[in-house]
Design a protein around this ligand. Structure first.
Ligand code: UGA
Length: 429
């Protein structure tokens, strides 16, 4: 099938590569000429396992890239909108890019199209996209707007796209639903067809629920510390209940990233606009903010005053297997450490290039062992496998004082204590 994907960010580029690999002709469109030039040369602008291989396999054959929206629209039956919806100051989603693309689609229509929205947009945006397209098109063409939210996670995006829990198709037109279902047929996934607005809400509700689930276990973790329980065991026991499930119950330094913080704020804002006070989500935002900052308290608890202390931090991105620093807990806490007079030496397996810009004043180490050399404390912010597998005896001998603050509970407290470390995790005494 002929597909155009507008926006070659995380979701857009993965969508391009995966649909091409499934045998479709895909044109990726982006207004950023530099990005398109790099994509032509096979340069992938983001760190995402498996993505480069997929792009390389299809590039120049079933997968092409252009800045020319008209060419993409006119060559395709399906036009996916996958542009960003970043947060505004007040938490509301900025829909400028989506609106611009909708206008561009309208101006360049050359026949009937199915416009599929993959960007995360507030409920009602699909209807607005349809009216913008109509407003900008000179001729009468049948255009169906379908909501098809993406549920992939950074770091496992290709796998998640190819193995979805469900494919969600939101439209009031059965013909369009069938056509979009055909696109996903090779994945053999459960397909749920619903109305446009419910699909838009499912995306926000899912992210908000997951953020709430993480925040809930973080709150339980904080309480575990006070009562002498171990949150890993508590989460395991809770997760065995099929009504709860084990996923997204890892307590830690709080959630970050380009999705949860933005989408939770956007849902609160949308609710407010509709005259509804979403009390629970407001509490989630506050509790997550507390959780991130509690890392500073944990470090102070084991180190005392931070003035002049040397801190090694491992993991800078908001989660492992990505270089994405957006809303990364590490970045926020490192700023707090610096404000408190500490010197920071950091290492991340993927995000060093971006970190050099985002973290002025922070020394960047070549590897984890170089980061801990001479340090008074090691702080773990993300659970990369290479951190879990570190030789802790070597770490101890390299540090000035053997202290670990483990923001993702990657180490076994008994083992690190037996090695002579002072250890502080989250939700375990
Ligand atoms: C999230 C959702 O999981 C995806 O389904 C969704 O498609 C995506 O947002 C989006 O809307 O685009 P992502 O932000 O890439 O995906 O990553 P997650 O794996 O969900 O992690 C988000 C944050 O939660 C990270 O900071 C992670 O460390 C934290 N987290 C996650 C926890 O603290 N505990 C957990 O148990 C799980």
């Amino acid at each position: 099938m002929k597909i155009c994907v507008v926006g070659t960010g995380y979701v857009g580029l993965v969508t391009c590569a995966c649909f091409a690999d499934l045998g479709n002709d895909v044109i990726g469109v982006d207004a950023d000429a530099d990005k398109i030039k790099k994509l032509h040369q096979g340069e992938i602008p983001i760190f995402e396992p498996g993505l480069k291989e997929l792009v390389d396999r299809n590039r120049g054959k079933r997968l092409t890239f252009t800045t020319d929206l008209k060419a993409g629209v006119q060559a395709s039956e399906f036009i996916f909108i996958a542009v960003g919806t970043p947060p505004r100051e007040n938490g509301e989603a900025d829909l400028t890019a989506v609106k611009q693309v909708a206008a561009g689609i309208g101006q360049n229509l050359n026949g009937p199209k199915i416009v599929v929205d993959k960007s995360t947009v507030p409920v009602g945006m699909g209807d607005l996209v349809a009216s913008i397209i109509e407003e900008h098109s000179a001729h009468q063409n049948k255009v169906d707007v379908v909501s098809n939210p993406e549920f992939l996670r950074e770091g496992s995006a290709v796998h998640d796209f190819m193995n979805p829990n469900r494919v969600l198709i939101g439209t009031n037109d059965t013909g369009a639903a069938e056509r979009v279902s055909e696109l996903y047929a090779p994945l053999e996934a459960e397909i749920m067809v619903t109305d446009l607005r419910s699909a838009e809400m499912i995306k926000y509700a899912s992210n908000a629920f997951l953020a709430t689930k993480i925040t809930f276990i973080n709150e339980i973790a904080n309480l575990c510390e006070k009562v002498g329980a171990d949150v890993s065991k508590v989460a395991h026991g809770m997760g065995l209940d099929s009504r709860i499930g084990p996923a997204f119950l890892s307590a830690g330094a709080g959630y970050g990233g380009s999705c949860f913080p933005k989408d939770v704020s956007a849902l609160i804002h949308k609710a407010e606009k509709e005259g509804y006070d979403f009390r629970l989500l407001k509490a989630v935002v506050a509790a997550n903010q507390y959780q991130k900052r509690s890392m500073l308290a944990r470090i102070k608890e084991v180190l005392g005053p931070l003035e002049g202390k040397q801190i090694a931090t491992l993991g800078l991105s908001f989660k492992p297997n990505t270089d994405d620093l957006r809303e990364a807990v590490a970045v926020e806490v490192i700023h707090l450490l610096q404000e408190n007079g500490a010197r920071v030496r950091a290492y991340d397996p993927a995000a060093m290039k971006l970190a050099a810009k985002a973290l002025p004043g922070v020394k960047l180490a070549e590897n984890a062992y170089a980061a801990v050399a001479g340090a008074d404390c090691l702080v773990v912010f993300t659970e990369w496998n290479e951190f879990k597998e570190m030789d802790l005896a070597r770490v101890k001998s390299a540090m000035r004082t053997p202290v670990i603050v483990d923001g993702r509970n990657i180490f076994d407290p008994q083992k690190v204590k037996a090695l002579g470390f002072k250890y502080r995790g989250v939700g375990r005494k």
